[in-house]
Design a protein around this ligand. Structure first.
Ligand code: PEP
Ligand code: MG
Length: 954
């Protein structure tokens, strides 16, 4: 509520130009002790992004998010300029409502002022107001709407005449607390008047607590000397609160729609009185946005409505509010829709259903925001302030999340909140807007190019190059240009193009696609930042732990590795690009830690444990000292581990465990060998396919695989055949949309639908590895039947290709990723040459937790005893047949898991290249007997937490 005291309002100000007015506004905020002098620049910066002119001679200057540090206290100063000033966008302004806001309070003020904007003549009145009280009442007065809802209606009442019905309506208003007994008595004293069409009316202003309207309808039509009685409206009048409602009522009567009220149910009565016609089609959609329909989602809703060929109205299901145009931003914001409330959209005409479905879908998809489903009962409607949800993390207490990149970091937090981009939705000069957009895209590409050059190579530069390509996408440019052609500003058109493309990707499936969508938004934000002139907040110049919502890969690539000691994110899983990059850069990272981490104060000290996936805010002195010791110890270990990286992987007592590297790019093989990898334990060949615009032919694949084989120089290569499908689609291999892509056509299931593709890949691998050891494994196998089908192709190729032209040291194995395969391992072990356990998927399918789930993935712990039992069954079955078993999921590099896996009998661990030296070092820390003891201990526990606790207690 915009409540203004007299001291908040300054009458009779004069300024020769808008800058003079803005300076006065800044001074007024400063004099009131609300801001420090730096806020003035923030006000100017905000105007430079886009004008804060609102309409009706009002502008609402407020600082950029970056300038919030200058706000001492949230508050408002209103400056009246009777002579008016020309604002920089050419509009005439008489009142500045200048806001100093520590968060997004200006949105509430904006919403409130939308009521003022609708009122005719308010600009003149504001200019002429001669008292603070007059200005305050003009700005603050939220027009009161008479109450009309399910509780004020009294339908199908057994009455015999209009007065009985009127009294039933009055009694209903009394039950609803809108009137007192005096009102009922006053209604009893007067005779209802006929409105025509069977409807009657009675009203009183006596005993009114809340202005309200009731409709009472009879059980059966009542015959009356003055005409039929099909319903009586009973109005509790106060001021002109009922004006709108009565206008809608008379419009309804004029259109002949009144008669239908007699038979109607509560929802229909409310719909008709809201202004929805009987022939309109309707659709409902629940608002899922955490903060309701605030400016940004409202804007997207309006855009969605404007894109439809016919006018769409919207109202709140609750209450008797008017159905307003969904294409009007002020009206939509003015609904004040909160999370959980239901919107009713209506439209008329042939294509109404289609148009309504489009807007309803936009709402349920979150209107550009990440939203969670609404749970009746558990989920309170949005009266909860966002801050209330963000309970601070308790001090000196470990907060568990997803371990994404190993290492330990101690340092102050720097919380990077995603910048808000404010920009005008529409722009007149399309040519100018197109030029601005082209310029921003060019600058974005140039920025990315220089980042690629300064990047440390490997994954980082690859992802940045991918961003560069995304930014160069002609379809994206075309979509944005079309938006500008329709009158949108460069910013709005660009973001719409990005968002549409990102949503399309997100809709297809989850993990990798969701990450691609994040990449797109990341690229989009870069250009948007350039268009709006917004730079990311400057990080401190001392080392810090970066805390973010969900980092875009280019955010990570921009990180100053000298200063960023650790990374903590609210969202994301261990497989997100940001996590992969953090590993590539060797920065300890904990991800998916929940929104509460964003509430951490800048500068608060954190201990971040990227190995255990924990963060401790404000640690006690003792805990900090312990962490420092561990950190020193870890640094020493890393140095020693690197020095000994070429030693064979062995436990302290010499038990051999091979340590290999996981790769997605054959060009990185030499680097992996240089880090001590004893082979490649998992080549994710789908990434090679993804890097090509069409399926790579035999020669291209041979060249790719040969690159790895040559760099390995006789060390084994374990290549996984294509693992695409639902969650990892190939653009040139379309898969029908599936409800559960992780349970759909993927891995070997998909490959077997196009055996020629699988055959070409197998042929390429066999050819490339001529004279070298080659291990081929099949992903997502569920039982022996799938293995046999693939093996038939493999065996035929061995027959076909002369031995001199292909590998002869070949093994064919399966990945153990589906629990059925682990349970059936004895039958598989008879025929396969080896197993490699993909603990990422095995954990996902065993625990029924989506591995990329932003909230749940922290619980998808491969050290769960259920997963460990499946590993044990696999190893036992394999060893009984003399076959070997590797682990190539993330668990293989988890320091706590390494001895357990070795104790279970795993023969090979395949980890990301950077972790090879540390995993070898970890092996040297224990002997086989200890490992077996740890495995037995872990298997005996009931939960993954119990496993970790038991291991930690050793
Ligand atoms: C796994 O599932 O553990 C695995 C190694 O495969 P990916 O992560 O590529 O699905
Ligand atoms: Mg897998």
């Amino acid at each position: 509520m915009l409540s203004l005291g007299h001291n908040d309002i300054m009458l009779g100000c004069h300024a020769s130009d808008w800058q003079g007015a803005l300076d006065q506004a800044a001074t007024a905020l400063g004099d009131a002790g609300l801001v420090t002098s730096g806020y003035r620049d923030g006000l100017y910066a905000r105007e430079a992004q886009s004008s804060t002119f609102l309409g009706n001679a009002i502008a609402i200057p407020h600082g950029t998010p970056e300038s919030r540090e200058h706000v001492k206290q949230t508050g408002v100063r209103v400056l009246q300029f009777p002579a008016g000033i020309e604002w920089h966008d050419g509009n005439r302004v008489h009142v500045l409502v200048t806001i100093a806001a520590q968060s997004d309070e200006h949105l509430d003020i904006l919403r409130q002022l939308t009521h003022v904007l609708d009122r005719e003549g308010v600009a003149e009145k504001l200019a002429a107001a001669d008292s603070q009280a007059a200005v305050a009442s003009l700005l603050s007065k939220v027009p009161v709407e008479a109450r009309l809802d399910a509780d004020t209606l009294c339908l199908k009442f057994p009455a015999r005449d209009p007065l009985e019905l009127a009294l039933a309506g009055a009694a209903r208003l009394r039950q609803a607390g809108c009137v007192d007994a005096a009102f009922v008595a006053a209604i009893a004293d007067q005779t209802p008047v006929g409105l025509g069409k069977g409807l009657w009316f009675t009203s009183s202003a006596t005993g009114v607590v809340t202005p309200s309207l009731s409709l009472a309808t009879p059980e059966a039509p009542i015959a009356h000397s003055q005409g039929p009685v099909q319903g009586v409206f009973c109005l509790a009048a106060q001021g002109d609160a009922h004006r709108n409602l009565l206008e809608r009522l008379s419009a309804l009567l004029d259109s002949g729609g009144g008669e239908a009220l007699f038979e109607a149910d509560v929802a229909t009565v409310l719909a008709r009185l809201a202004g929805e016609s009987a022939s309109a089609r309707t659709v409902r959609a629940r608002v899922l946005n955490a903060h309701g329909l605030h400016a940004r989602p409202a804007k997207l809703l309006v855009q969605a409505a404007r894109q439809q060929a016919l006018p769409i109205k919207v109202r709140l299901l609750e209450g008797g509010g008017e159905a307003v145009s969904a294409a009007s931003l002020t009206k939509v914001i003015g609904l004040g829709a909160r999370r959980g409330q239901v919107l009713v959209f209506s439209a008329e005409g042939d294509a109404a259903d289609e148009a309504l479905a489009a807007v309803a879908t936009a709402v349920s998809e979150g209107l550009g925001e990440k939203v969670l489903p609404f749970e009746e009962g558990r989920d309170h409607t949005a009266s909860i302030a966002p801050q209330a949800v963000l309970e601070p993390l308790p001090a000196d207490t470990p907060h568990a999340a997803v371990a994404a990149s190993p290492g330990l970091a101690i340092g102050p937090a720097f919380v990077l909140r995603t910048p808000r981009f404010d920009y005008p939705e529409r722009a007149d000069d399309g040519v100018h807007e197109k030029r601005r957009l082209e310029q921003a895209i060019r600058e974005g590409i140039a920025q990315l190019e220089s980042l690629v050059h300064s990047a440390p190579g490997g994954e980082v530069s690859e992802i940045l190059s991918m961003h560069e390509e995304m930014l160069d996408d002609p379809e994206l440019h075309q979509a944005a240009r079309e938006g500008i052609g329709e009158g949108m500003s460069a910013e709005a058109a660009w973001w719409q193009a990005i968002d549409t493309a990102a949503r399309a990707q997100e809709m297809l499936a989850d993990r990798l696609l969701a990450e691609r969508a994040a990449d797109l938004r990341d690229v989009g934000r870069r250009v948007l930042g350039l268009l709006c002139g917004i730079e990311l907040p400057t990080p401190p110049d001392h080392p810090y732990i970066l805390v973010m919502d969900d980092v875009g890969p280019s955010d990570v690539a921009r990180l100053d590795t000298q200063k960023v000691r650790g990374l903590l994110t609210a969202r994301g899983g261990a497989t997100a690009h940001s996590a992969i990059l953090a590993r590539a850069l060797g920065i300890p990272a904990v991800v998916g830690a929940g929104e509460r981490v964003l509430g951490l104060d800048n500068g608060i000290e954190l201990i971040l444990d990227g190995e255990r996936g924990r963060v401790v805010p404000a640690p006690s002195r003792e805990r900090r000292q312990r962490a420092e010791l561990r950190l020193k110890e870890r640094e020493r270990l890393e140095r020693d581990a690197f020095a000994a990286r070429f030693e064979e992987g062995r436990t302290r007592d010499g038990h051999r465990v091979e340590v290999a590297a996981n790769l997605g790019n054959t060009a990185h093989t030499a680097d992996a060998v240089e880090r001590g990898a004893e082979g490649v334990g998992l080549l994710r060949t789908e990434f090679i396919f993804m890097a090509h615009a069409e399926a790579p032919d035999l020669d291209t694949q041979v060249a790719e695989y040969r690159q790895a084989i040559e760099a390995l120089d006789g060390r084994p290569l374990v290549a996984r055949t294509l693992d695409v499908g639902g969650d990892k689609p190939l653009p040139y291999w379309p898969v029908p949309q599936e409800d559960n892509p992780f349970l759909g056509l993927r891995g070997i299931r998909l490959a077997l639908t196009q055996p020629d593709v699988l055959e070409t890949q197998l042929r390429a691998l066999l050819t490339a590895a001529t004279g070298k050891p080659l291990r081929i494994m099949l992903p997502m196998v569920k039982d022996i039947a799938e293995f046999r089908q693939a093996k038939a192709i493999h065996d035929r190729l061995l027959e076909e290709i002369p031995e001199t032209e292909r590998a002869t040291d070949v093994q064919l194995g399966v990945m153990i990723e589906v629990p059925s395969c682990a349970l059936l391992a004895p039958s598989l072990a008879e025929e396969v040459d080896f197993f490699s356990i993909g603990t990422n998927d095995l954990t996902q399918y065993t625990l029924a937790i989506d591995r990329g789930h932003p909230e749940l993935s922290a619980q998808a712990d491969g050290l769960h005893p259920a997963v460990l039992r499946l590993i044990q069954m696999t190893v036992d079955a394999a060893h009984a047949r003399g076959k070997w078993v590797g682990v190539c999921g993330e668990l293989a590099s988890d320091a706590q898991a390494v001895p357990v896996l070795v104790g279970l009998g795993v023969d090979e661990l395949s980890v990301s290249a950077r972790q090879v030296p540390m995993v070898k070092a970890r092996l040297r820390e224990f002997d086989l007997a200890e490992a077996q003891h740890q495995a037995r201990l872990a298997l005996a526990q009931a939960t993954s937490e119990a496993v970790r606790d038991a291991l930690e207690a050793l």
